[in-house]
Ligand binder design. Structure first.
Ligand code: TYD
Ligand code: MG
Length: 455
């Protein structure tokens, strides 16, 4: 009997290799290779649909072809609604709320009499019903199916002809064409390609849920990112109740959009005003706290940056950065020491972006710097002031993008004064777009000027 040929796959990104490797050369993740048998996929065309070429201009499209999912934040991330016949991957850590989000979408869709089929390989129909009861009333006829065999799923789709299908976790689905275990790289790929044919051939929209896995031999959703039209990731903090839905890839829209939700005991609630949400509980008149408008894609969100600087009791001062880049914070502290002569080498410093957001954009620099300075000098920054700008190594304050949106958001939230890079100020006054009576705009050239004049 011929020996079964084995290959190694990276379970993170699907990289294929003839031998085992400690680190994946493609995605640089360690210890991610798993051994799987080689599968010969039959390339039979017997049940394939034969396509005819068409003249580009004769193909009809229209924006109203999109279906609203009934959840505004989800529509926004999808680029304005669900595109019929598209394949959407929703990834995220286990327990983050993927099933809940899609079940809520099913509720909205079936309530307006759309035909939706929810296929779960993880939970029984009873379990789904229990979850559904928490979410509220389902007036429409939502179809539930517990199935893991992709061929049988195809049969059900042919039989019931739904417009929208949800596959709850691709890692539980298997195809007869592959002999490896469900959740393995080749199974996940094989099943997804079967689903892709179903979506493209029959115009069914398919949402695939994929767990991001930290350990074990289950393939992660990155393995199929290239096969689907849209990739959404659902992220959040284990300790915070808000969740962010982010588009990583979108053939039908921008990847800049995010949706913000809050997990409550009746499911996910849309957060229409994330800035207000993030600034809840901000202290007033306390040193070491400042608000900064950060951009999440095209959307400005105000967040509070906090710093605590105190004398160290160790030989090596302790420094931490939560929600932002640790190295960036160290760099900014070095700039403060060198350019303003502030002694920080004997200080512990803790920087935190309140609310649990993770922000790495350079526009945060000025806020981090001011928060550190404010805490070190024990001098509070005016509560009505916001600040943004990138800080260079010589202490210069550099312009950042989308200044206007940032200022508008701050104005909306009632802030009165905005310290911005001089570069941005001159650009704004040239275009003279922001002419507001409620907001005082101050341009700064470098951090020395900032500290001398405004702190
Ligand atoms: P779930 O959608 O099952 O996560 P996933 O499919 O991504 O694994 O969400 C599970 C979590 O959400 C669970 O910890 C309970 C919580 N939850 C609520 O807090 N409120 C609710 O109304 C529901 C349905 C779930
Ligand atoms: Mg789930």
């Amino acid at each position: 009997m011929a020996k079964k040929k084995m290959v190694y796959f990276c379970k993170e990104c699907g990289y294929e290799s003839g031998k085992w490797m400690g680190q994946c050369p493609s995605c640089k993740v360690w210890d991610s290779f798993v051994e799987e048998p080689v599968v010969k996929t039959s390339s039979s065309t017997s049940n394939a649909i034969i396509n005819e070429p068409q003249i580009l201009n004769s193909i009809e499209t229209s924006q109203d072809m999109r279906i609203s999912s009934g959840i505004g934040e989800l529509d926004r991330v999808l680029g304005g609604g669900i595109v019929p016949g598209s394949l959407v991957l929703v990834g995220g850590d286990p327990g983050i709320g993927k099933s809940t989000l899609l079940l809520q979408m099913c509720r909205e869709l079936s309530n307006v009499n759309r035909k939706v089929l929810y296929i779960s390989g993880e939970e029984s129909q009873k379990q789904i019903k229990i979850r559904a009861d928490r979410l509220g009333e389902f007036t429409g006829e939502l179809l539930l199916l517990c199935e893991t065999n992709v061929q049988l799923i195809e049969d059900s789709v042919h039989k019931y002809k739904p417009e929208i299908v949800i596959i709850d976790s691709i890692q539980t689905i298997f195809s007869d064409g592959s002999s490896s275990a469900p959740g393995s790289v080749s199974q996940v790929r094989e099943s997804t390609s079967a689903l892709m044919k179903l979506a493209k051939g029959h115009g069914v929209t398919i949402f695939i849920i994929g767990h991001v896995t930290k350990e074990g031999v289950v393939a992660g959703p990155r393995v199929l990112e290239h096969m689907v039209d849209t990739v959404l990731y659902f992220e959040g903090d284990n300790y915070a109740s808000y969740r962010i839905l982010r588009a990583v890839k979108n053939r039908y829209g921008s990847t800049n959009e995010i949706g913000v939700f809050e997990m409550q005991n009746k499911g996910l609630i849309e957060v229409a005003n994330p800035s207000e949400y993030m600034l809840k509980g901000k202290p007033e008149g306390e040193p070491g706290s400042i608000v900064v408008p950060s951009m999440e894609g095209t959307r400005p969100i105000l967040v509070e940056v906090q710093a605590l600087v105190c004398r160290t009791n160790f030989n090596m001062p302790r420094r931490t950065a939560a929600g932002t880049d640790y190295n960036r914070v160290n760099l900014l502290m070095a700039v403060l020491e060198k350019r303003l002569g502030i002694q920080l080498s004997d200080c512990d410093s803790y920087v935190n972006v309140a609310g649990g957001m993770k922000i790495n954009e350079p526009a945060l620099d000025l806020a981090i710097l001011m928060a550190i300075y404010s805490s070190h000098k024990n001098k509070a920054i005016d509560d009505n002031t916001i600040v943004f700008g990138e800080v260079g190594l010589t202490g210069e304050v550099r312009a950042v993008n989308m200044a206007e949106q940032r200022i508008k958001e701050a104005e909306k939230m009632g802030f009165k004064r905005c310290i911005i890079p001089i570069g941005n100020l001159s650009m704004l006054s040239k275009e003279s777009t922001v002419k507001s009576k409620n907001m005082e705009l101050i341009g700064v050239k470098n951090i020395r000027e900032l500290i001398q004049k405004y702190m």
